[in-house]
Design a protein around this ligand. Structure first.
Ligand code: SAM
Length: 290
């Protein structure tokens, strides 16, 4: 039986094109059209909106985004085995799906959407092995506001909790929470059980929505990342210890001077510093590195 878009069921697509899931590419496919529809609708009304999708695979989420009304989907897929299946979707939605065969980690996102008119949003069931690196790249985008107006992304639940974490939830709070808290409002929308995927992963996944903040506390994303990584690298240690050896622009900074400049008590631990505190540290680190 074919689905509403006239395309064959996803299980048949996987069989026809021999798309046995590859672990090395983080392939856990979604076949449930109710679920892919729910994820697509989490991107908000899609009329006039272009969606950038990473890893369309056999195209379950891609099809949902198109049938929910996205003006266009630009999908970056690394596995060339998926291209014939995606070509079928292109034919079913003429002019609305552009597939780019390539590595999302090496993609120039601004160039990819340079000709797009209207809003762009990112929606993806991300490959677990590169999901965090992609998110960090999008969060560090410059200039700001970024090229996307919203992200709706699937992560392992444990990563999702780190993305939305605040200092009050010390266990999960770290570099990801600081970066996403600085640049976006992030929240978990809903969980997806392992049984929804083929093959099922070992852990529960979650859909996270990240909306870029219009007003930002000013600092350089890459410096904020470096300061936060250093501070949380030894999260149980006091900052005067964990920030020792921090180098910015090739210059090793004096941890005590950095903390004093940012007006942060040197005996504090990274998990006790809020986003504004890390931004102050990044600002002073920037000044000290010049
Ligand atoms: N979107 C499909 C779905 O929901 O059923 C597949 C999601 S699967 C979790 C991740 C997809 O990302 C796979 O199709 C995989 O081939 C692709 N992928 C893995 N690494 C990639 C990379 N570096 N760049 C682009 N795509 C990648």
């Amino acid at each position: 039986m074919s689905s509403a878009d006239g395309l064959p069921p996803l299980r048949d697509v996987v069989e026809t094109y021999d798309l046995a899931a590859k672990k090395s590419l983080g392939q856990n496919f979604l076949f449930d059209l109710n679920l892919t529809g729910r994820i697509a609708r989490a991107c908000g009304p899609l009329e006039g909106v272009t969606i950038v999708e990473v890893g369309p695979g056999p195209g379950g989420l891609t099809r949902a985004l198109l049938s929910e009304g996205a003006k266009q989907v630009i999908a970056v897929e690394r596995d060339e085995r998926c291209l014939p299946a995606l070509a079928e979707i292109e034919s079913a939605y003429p002019g609305r799906l552009k597939v780019v065969h390539g590595d999302a980690l090496a993609t120039d996102w601004r160039a990819l959407v340079a000709d797009v008119q209207g809003p762009v949003r990112i929606c993806a069931n991300l490959p677990y092995n590169v999901g965090t690196a992609l998110l960090v790249g999008w969060l560090e985008s410059d200039p700001w506001p970024p090229w996307y107006e919203r992200m709706v992304l699937m992560f392992q639940r444990e990563v999702a909790e780190r993305i939305v974490a605040t200092p009050e939830q010390r266990v999960d709070y770290g570099r990801l929470g600081v970066l996403s808290g600085w640049r976006t409002k992030a929240r978990i929308l809903f969980d997806v059980p392992p049984s929804a995927f083929s093959p099922p992963p070992k852990v529960t996944s979650s859909i996270v929505e990240l909306t870029p903040r219009a007003e930002l506390l000013p600092c350089h994303g890459k410096i904020l990342s470096a300061v936060t990584a250093s501070a949380f690298n030894q999260r149980r240690k006091m900052l005067r210890q964990s920030l020792k050896g921090l180098a910015i622009n090739g210059k090793t900074l004096d941890a005590l001077a950095l903390l004093h400049g940012a007006e942060i008590v040197e005996t504090k631990r990274a998990e006790e510093v809020d986003v504004a505190g890390f931004v102050r540290l990044a600002q002073i680190a920037d000044e000290m590195s010049r």
